[in-house]
Design a binder for this molecule. Structure first.
Ligand code: ADP
Ligand code: MG
Ligand code: MG
Length: 886
């Protein structure tokens, strides 16, 4: 039979899977010799078994009984005994902290008899009755599921009747009376008496904690934070210590350094004559922790010493909960504390300076997501700026604009050059056009997997969702905020997608100092910038993979280079067919004779060449992978409906060119253009098109060389499914390059599942592979990205079909498996095959890690994500394993 219960002396901090974070760290503190009350932990395994079988596993209560007896012997008290009762708390604690999501019950063991024993032992009637009413209240709410307000209302009544404001002014008799009222509430709500047997209280509380794992809000929270649903929670049973035993007692929380800035110092809150949850519940104003130095200098000094011990031991920022019982300090919780992105970088380098960690570990202590947060522009927040509401930080960034309440209005105003914020209760696929038109999106309903959140993240658009205190009235075109603020259509608001805050009016936006540092335009004096610099430098030293950028213009290429890109992994050529050049593309498509076609191509060639010259110059000396034209040609032609209408209206007078165009548009029309005539298929079907592009690349290289440059073009063929497609194009490309005296690698994208599965054959004709994971994901899942993300991805996320969109992060099991096959088989054919990735996943932290693991040579991503990819490539090289940064 498995061991379900561990005494605090038996566990340690590395047993979080089994004991949960709270239990593992209580054990660790116990073993460090810190003053932790006696206690033991029921494992997550017991919880999992309970949730599967619908009852506690066999033998669990016997084991609990044995540990309880040891505890009773050690303390010389018996649980709930009338004369001198031992009281315990029953506390949830999962592997990952889920603040406020699960339950804890204090003061278990009190009943009508033991309350007198407690009063006598403590010499304090008020304290005993206060503890008893707290038990009924917490037990009633969390174990019996009674509306918490019913108890809160009763205590407010008691204060009102007595004419006092604070619970401190209620006396023993008041609390005794409250106990009677509370018992009545329990009877009324459940039809049963409040359970007076201490053991029943304990067992019921344990089962309630198990069950709280599946409470709706916990389920939602886990989904948002991507915490697996099957971990279960541990339960800690801890001897009570009392912060509510008078003014020489109290309870508090503290951080070993500022979680906002990383600054070392004393940060925390303290509340006299109070029990645990009072500090966070905000029932009274807390004191800054420094005040404790005056109130109880001995405990204060001891606490500061313990915080130092913990920092040195955990080698990181810790947060703690403590209680002082009549001058005696007790530690009730610690864990490595959450922090802001900026603090994470600063703390990591501070700890390295202190010699607590080395730079390798400093790099592992931060994440690409945190770096990305630091790179968004932010609001210049000043002291008297107060948000009117706060929602979920669904998609980062800072957006300012006029509030609009419909998609149509968003499009209309943005068409007139206005910045707008689309405000909706929640968004639906119908809001898509409005979301695209808006600077940012604000909703009052839904979490991080709501439609608004998913779609906004996909578009890289700032989004705050689930700002529940806003009452959105789309019909009246306004929303109402707390305190009655009303925002009408056209009023300017500012939303912060990094913090979830919503402001009235225009908040000035300032550039990120971290971006200025990467751009080389900012100062380097800033402590945060210095920390980022050190960590990035070290990550660069450690990473194995190169990082390139996806860039189509000399400006983007130059910026990417400043951000540390080591070349271009994807230069798209299709925008080179837009604008004024559209006309030439039309000529190409309308050409009936080879001469006409050649004339159109000849006109395009010098234009293409000049584009390439600029990009090769910006990336001089570094590889530039140029992808030949990829999208279907009709993307460059007029819209079918518009053109049909135009020709029909003109009747007999319709221009000859329009008629011909219409015929061409009809001929080229496709039901599923993404699966139609595009990529290498175009190259094979439209004679001369690819050849023209290759000549333009070759001429550009020749020109760069003549100018003393070091051009390193690579030519990439898109959408190949079979080696036979590639062979023809490769041969022609080689001939052209040879004639021009230019050398360039010729390779292919791997973005069709068949290409991945036949990579061994394809590598015969390709010198390099680049995974086009956008298409590869579309085709592997059979999803049309442009359609499905807005249509039903939020529902899929809710249903848990995937934890994160496969377009955001590589789907390891499916798409990832195809990639793994392609890498293995490609390299079997050609051991020096160069392999990279150029889909948007190249800038996603988890995906970068995956690319490292399967042995890619480089990742390529948008210029702005290059630093994120550099950092994550470094982290992946250091740890090798999965990230565990929650
Ligand atoms: P949470 O995970 O929500 O912080 P906890 O289990 O830590 O819940 O408990 C809630 C509050 O009760 C905390 O302030 C904690 O310090 C306090 N508390 C828990 N157990 C005891 C105990 N045995 N004695 C005194 N206070 C306790
Ligand atoms: Mg706690
Ligand atoms: Mg593609």
């Amino acid at each position: 039979m498995p061991k379900y219960v561990y005494d605090f002396t038996e566990g340690n901090k590395d047993l979080k899977d089994l004991l949960g974070g709270k239990g593992a760290n209580l054990a660790e503190m116990t073993n460090l010799g810190l003053p932790v009350p006696a206690g033991f932990t029921i494992t997550t395994e017991a919880c999992r078994s309970f949730l599967t079988d619908g009852g506690v596993p066999e033998g669990l209560w016997d084991e609990v009984e044995a540990h309880l007896r040891d505890m009773e012997t050690g303390m010389g008290k018996r649980l709930g005994a009338a004369g001198d009762p031992l009281l315990v708390s029953v506390r949830s604690g999962a592997k990952f902290s889920m603040p406020g999501m699960m339950e804890t019950v204090l003061n278990i063991g009190l009943n009508d008899e033991s309350v007198h024993g407690l009063a006598e032992q403590a010499g304090d009637e008020r304290f005993a009755w206060d503890s008893y009413r707290r038990l009924i209240q917490m037990f009633g709410r969390t174990v019996l599921g009674i509306e918490g307000d019913r108890f809160e209302d009763a205590i407010d009544d008691a204060k009102r009747t007595k004419g006092v404001d604070s619970d401190l002014d209620l006396g023993a008799a008041d609390f005794q009376h409250l106990v009677e009222i509370y018992k009545g509430i329990v009877k009324d709500a459940t039809g049963e008496e409040f359970p007076s047997d201490p053991r029943s209280q304990m067992r019921m509380a344990v089962e309630a904690v198990f069950n709280s794992w599946n409470a709706p809000r916990a389920v939602v929270y886990r989904r948002q934070e991507r915490i697996p649903a099957d971990l279960g929670t541990a339960v800690n049973i801890v001897a009570m210590v009392f912060g509510n035993l008078g003014m020489d007692s109290g309870t508090g929380v503290a951080f070993t350094r500022d979680p906002g800035s990383g600054q070392q110092g004393v940060y925390g809150d303290y509340l006299q004559n109070a029990q645990g949850e009072d500090v966070v519940a905000g029932i009274r104003n807390t004191l800054p922790l420094q005040e404790l130095e005056k109130i109880d200098p001995a405990s204060y000094r001891q606490l500061i010493g313990i915080m130092e011990t913990l920092e040195n031991h955990y080698r990181d920022l810790c947060d703690i909960e403590f209680t002082i019982e009549r001058g005696k300090l007790w530690m009730l919780q610690t864990r490595v504390g959450k922090r802001t992105a900026g603090a994470a970088f600063r703390i990591a380098t501070q700890l390295a300076d202190q010699g607590l960690i080395d730079l390798d570990e400093a790099v592992e202590r931060v994440s690409g997501d945190q770096l990305a947060q630091l790179m968004f522009p932010r609001f210049a927040i000043h002291a008297d700026l107060r948000p009117i509401a706060k929602g979920m930080n669904a998609s980062p960034g800072a957006a300012v604009g006029k509030a609009v309440f419909s998609s149509a209005r968003a499009e209309e105003l943005s068409g007139q050059g206005e910045d707008v914020i689309l405000v909706r209760r929640e968004t639906t696929p119908d809001d898509l056009a409005g979301m695209i038109a808006a600077r940012g999106v604000l909703t009052s309903r839904g979490g991080k997997t709501s439609h608004a959140a998913v779609v906004a993240r996909g578009m890289g658009k700032t989004c705050v969702c689930g700002a529940e205190r806003l009452e959105v009235d789309a019909k009246e075109r306004r929303f109402t905020g707390p305190g009655g603020v009303v925002v009408e259509e056209g009023d300017v608001i500012s939303i912060d997608g990094t913090t979830g805050e919503v402001y009235l009016g225009e908040v000035p936006v300032m550039a990120s100092p971290v971006v200025e540092y990467f751009e080389g335009t900012g100062g380097t004096g800033d402590a945060l910038v210095q920390a980022v610099h050190r960590i990035m430098t070290h990550a660069d030293e450690r990473r194995r993979m190169a990082v390139r950028a996806n860039a189509d213009t000399p400006e983007d290429a130059a910026r990417a280079r400043r951000f540390g890109a080591q070349g271009i992994g994807l230069c798209r050529t299709e925008h080179m067919f837009l604008g004024e050049r559209r006309q030439l593309v039309e000529d190409l498509i309308l050409a009936v004779s080879p001469e006409e076609r050649q004339a159109a191509l000849d006109a395009l060639e010098p234009l293409q060449k000049s584009d390439f010259v600029g990009i090769l110059a910006a990336m001089d000396g570094l590889p530039v992978t140029i992808r030949l034209i990829d999208p279907p040609l009709h993307e460059f032609l007029p819209d079918l409906t518009a053109l049909s209408v135009k020709v029909a209206l003109a009747g007999d007078d319709a221009a000859d060119r329009d008629r011909k165009l219409l015929a061409a548009v009809k001929r080229l029309h496709e039901q599923n253009p993404m699966l139609g005539l595009r990529g290498v298929r175009l190259g094979l079907v439209i004679p001369g098109l690819f050849a023209m592009q290759v000549r333009a690349i070759a001429q550009a290289a020749v020109e760069r060389r003549a100018a003393g440059g070091d051009p390193r073009a690579e030519i990439m063929i898109p959408l190949v499914s079979a080696v036979q497609e590639l062979e023809g194009v490769r041969d022609e490309t080689e001939r052209i390059l040879e004639r021009a005296g230019v050398e360039a690698l010729i390779g292919t994208m791997i973005e069709v599942p068949r290409a991945a599965l036949t990579a061994g054959q394809i590598a015969e004709a390709a010198r390099f592979f680049s995974f086009g994971t956008n298409d590869l994901t579309q085709m592997t899942w059979g999803f049309s990205r442009d359609d499905v993300e807005a249509a039903f991805f939020s529902r899929y996320l809710e249903l848990g079909i995937f934890g994160v969109s496969p377009f955001e992060s590589i789907d390891r099991a499916g798409v990832g498996r195809l990639m793994t096959i392609a890498v293995e088989e490609g390299r079997k054919t050609r051991p020096d095959l160069k392999i990279g990735i150029c889909g948007e996943h190249g800038g996603d932290p988890e995906s970068v890690r995956f690319c490292h693991e399967i042995g890619l040579d480089y990742v390529s991503c948008s210029p702005f994500r290059v630093p994120v990819a550099r950092l994550e490539a470094g982290r992946a090289a250091l740890s090798g394993g999965g990230s565990d940064s929650r």
